[in-house]
Structures are given as C-alpha cells and as structure tokens.
Design a protein around this ligand. Structure first.
Ligand code: SAH
Length: 468
C-alpha cells in the first residue's frame, strides 16, 4: 500500500485552488461538499466557478496565484492544466506547509483524491493508487447501488440515539438493533413517514429490544425478473442482501441467489411438474413460520411477483397472522422476451391492449375469451403455455383465427441459453415439438420478432424456425 487512506477534517479550513477553469471545477465540486473555506485563484474562471462565487460558496480572485494565497491553507491544488502554473502553485503550497496536489498528475502530488460515494455522514472513498480509474468507477457504482440514498439520513438520526442504544444489554443485542434499524425498519419508516417516523421507529425498536417478547419479522415478496441478475431492481437486490431467510421459486437463477448474504438460510420452495414439489399451503406456512420467528424473509418469485405468482395467497397467509409484508415489483418475463426480439407489446393501429394469459390453471388447460383472442391484431403473452400449445392453437383456429398469425416463442428469456422460435399459429404445435423446449418460455400471440437480440447473451443459441 503506497497510500494510506485517512479522512481529513476540513471544517473551517482553507483550501486553495490555482486555476478556475473547467479542469479545476470538477475537483472544486467535490471540495464544495465539505465545510472548507475555498479560495479559487485564476484569471479565466469558467461559468460554473463564477456561479459558485456569486452564490458565496467560494472566494474567487481573478488573477495569478501569489505565495500569500497559500498561507494557512490545509490543501493547495494546482488545477490550471498547465505544468508551469501548477508547479508554481504547488511550490507556494509546500512553502506554506500545505498538502499539495496537481490535478490528474499523481507523480507530482502528495495525496490523491479518491472516488467517493457520498451518503453524508457515511462516506466511502475508493482509491486504486492511480492504477485503474475504470475499476474505481465500477466499484463506486456497485457501492452506490448497494447503499440506499437514505443511508446518510439514517446515520445522522442514529447518531443522536447512540447513547441510549449503549444501554442495551449485550453487544449482540446492540448489533441486532442497529442492523434492524439500518437495513429494515429504518429505510421503511423514512420512505413512509419521514424523519419523525424514523425517530419513532428507533424508540419502538429499542423498546422491543429491551423487552423479552419475541421479535416480529417481515416478509418482502420480491419479483426477481426473468433470470439475468442485471434485470433485478436495485430495491430487490438490496432486500435480498438484507434477508435472514430466502425462500425462492425454482425459476430464480443461481446468479441471483448468489446475492444473498452468506449467513442467510436459502430454501427452494419450487413447484415443478415432476419430482418433489411444494404445496402452496406448505409454502405459506413456512413463510409465516419464519416471519413469526422474527426473521427478515425474502420470498423470491421469478419475473414480477404479481403475475402468475400466487401472490395473494401468501399475502393472505401473512395478513391472517398479522405480519408485516411488502411487495417489490420485478420485470415480468413477457417484458424481457419482448426486449429480446425488439418487439413492442402494444402498437398504435395494431393492438391497444395486451393480455397476460396462462396456458394452465388449477383445472388443467386454461379457457380464455377465444373469440376476442382470435381476432386479427389481437396480442397476448402466454405463460406456462408450452405443454398447452396444441390446445391453444386448436381453440384459436376453431374460433376463426388466421392460420398465418405470427407466433414467437422465447425460451429462457434474458438468460445465456435464450432461444427464439418464430412461427405461425398453423405451425405452432409442430415447431414446439421439434424444438424440444425444456426451459421456461413465453409464447407471443400476434407478435413477430423484429430482430433477435443476442448482443448481451455471450453464448446464446438462437433458432429461427419460420415454419413450412
Ligand atoms: N411471475 C413470473 C411468471 C411465473 S409463471 C413472471 O412475471 O414472469 C412461470 C412462467 O413464467 C413460465 O412457465 C414461463 O412461461 C414464464 N417465464 C418465467 N421466466 C421466464 C424466462 N426467463 N423466459 C421465458 N419465460 C419465462
């Protein structure tokens, strides 16, 4: 480690910039986040710097830097983007006993300015000793995603409560209290009722922690999208990371489950056509049991939680036990499948409505409004339709659908093994049989692919069977 990270107290301290153009402005912007007194010296200030000076956020001297500018300064930046002028500024800074830095010149600097994730007062500095700025940016964006914007506000409120929290009996209790506050109840209270609600939540959690009553848990019913972890929402990702217990459907991919904490208990409660499968009542019971034990439970469902996800049954079970829950929406597989073929699900002049259908329901093959579906221009995204394709095609043709109606089947949408089969209603059954589909698939009625998007799918195989 050539550089040692430390946080410098700049409250009321003098920071000097030699240079007032755009090159300087990018760094000044960061320093403006602090409570330093900023002096900018430069003959040709940019509009941004002028505006900051006008707003009284810094002092601007429109001239060349002089040694007296550096007196009493903590930091002196050479930000002229001109080697001679920067060297002069740094020499003045050193004479005045300040730490010096030439912007974008690590060799000539005594310290470096890291990439920063700002959740003031929580601040994360990322440095690569100048070796890999791209990596620093990547790490920064990952951390930005991980830390909700409320983190800073929560930390501020938590600070005032810290003396009281020290009265909790053990360090384990204190840790559990703060974990609960920062990752579950605090963000929720802030979103729903602002800072006042957060303060009340702290009190409630404190009283809970002090009483010997069992803690109550919480369930997040989370849609995890079609499989690609990049298609998770930030909220889903955060909640998954916070969970003590993860109950997931079979279609939730291993890459997504990877995002759970290592200590979390992960249970597959998948239902499938063959092999052992979970009954809905058993899933409900397990969900309730864990929340009752005081756990934060992430109930992961593929796609969107509210589409063919038996969401209501699980919410009913939680409500019946008076337990806390929240739904986190996800990208449904029809949206991902449409994106992968560059198709729009609604189109002016073609269809002004779109149906989400299931091929199967509790009684077997599902019945629908076939007459309306058979009309020209009608469109539908059919879930769980592969095994029902003969039935679907038969019903539609019987109700007068055009045999040439385009049909697109997207198997494993958004995953590396995605396949697209473009066909027609007349050839649907034959093409499905010969494609031997094993993964989850969406069948689009009335939608043809515009193009098959494999750009993001490094190893994807695509099959375009247009039928005979
Ligand atoms: N809640 C889910 C649907 C669950 S029902 C959602 O919103 O997507 C299960 C069905 O979803 C599967 O039979 C299949 O039709 C569809 N499905 C789920 N993931 C899929 C994927 N990656 N590609 C294509 N279809 C998928």
């Amino acid at each position: 480690m050539k550089y040692y990270p430390a946080f410098l107290k700049l409250e009321g301290e003098k920071v000097v910039f030699s240079g007032a153009g755009d090159h300087a402005a990018a760094k000044i912007k960061l320093l403006l986040k602090t409570e330093a007194d900023i002096l900018v010296v430069g003959e040709d200030p940019s509009d941004t710097v002028l505006a900051w000076a006008k707003d009284g956020r810094l002092t601007l001297a429109q001239r060349e830097i002089q040694i007296c500018d550096a007196f009493g300064a903590r930091l002196v930046y050479g930000a002229n983007d001109e080697p001679e002028a920067d060297a002069r500024a740094v020499a003045f800074g050193k004479k005045a006993g300040a730490l010096t830095n030439i912007v974008d010149n690590l060799e000539a600097s005594e310290f470096l300015t890291p990439a920063i994730v700002d959740r003031d007062p929580v601040v994360i500095a990322i440095g690569t000793e100048g070796t890999a700025p791209v990596l620093a940016r990547k790490v920064k964006s990952e951390i930005e995603e991980m830390l909700p914007t409320s983190t800073g506000t929560l930390a501020l409120i938590a600070n005032s409560f810290r003396p009281m929290a020290t009265r909790l009996k053990s360090s384990t209790e204190r840790r559990a209290f703060w974990k609960r506050f920062f990752f579950a109840d605090g963000p929720k209270a802030l979103a729903e009722g602002g800072t006042e609600a957060v303060e009340n939540t702290l009190l409630t959690l404190y009283n809970d922690a002090q009483s010997d009553m069992p803690k109550t848990g919480h369930a997040d019913l989370i849609g995890t999208g079609p499989g690609d972890p990049e298609l998770l929402t930030l909220k889903a990702r955060r909640k998954l990371h916070e969970a003590d217990v993860v109950l997931h459907d079979r279609l939730v991919t291993p890459e997504i489950l990877e995002l759970a904490r290592r200590e979390a208990t992960v249970i597959c409660v998948g239902k499938q056509g063959y092999g052992p499968s979970w009954k809905q009542e058993d899933i409900n019971a397990l969900l309730v049991e864990h929340v009752r034990k005081g756990h934060i439970v992430a109930r992961l469902k593929s796609g969107d939680a509210a589409i063919f996800g038996r969401l209501d049954e699980e919410i009913d079970a939680l409500e019946a036990s008076n337990l806390s829950w929240e739904v986190v929406p996800g990208i449904t597989s029809a949206s991902a499948a449409a994106a992968s073929i560059g198709a729009s699900l609604t189109r002016r002049g073609r269809n002004s409505s779109l149906r989400f259908l299931t091929g199967r329901d509790v009684d077997g093959f599902a019945e629908h409004e076939w007459k309306a579906l058979a009309k020209d221009g009608s469109t539908a995204a059919i879930y769980m339709g592969v095994n029902a394709s003969r039935f679907l095609a038969g019903r539609l043709l019987m109700h007068g659908a055009n045999a040439a109606t385009p049909i697109t089947i997207v198997e494993n949408a958004s995953r590396i093994d995605q396949r697209v089969i473009a066909t027609t209603l007349a050839n649907l059954t034959a093409d499905i049989d010969s494609a031997m589909i094993e993964g989850p698939a969406i069948i689009f009625l009335g939608i043809a692919p515009r193009r098959i998007n494999t750009a993001t799918l490094a190893h994807a195989t695509t099959l375009a069977a247009t039928g005979a």
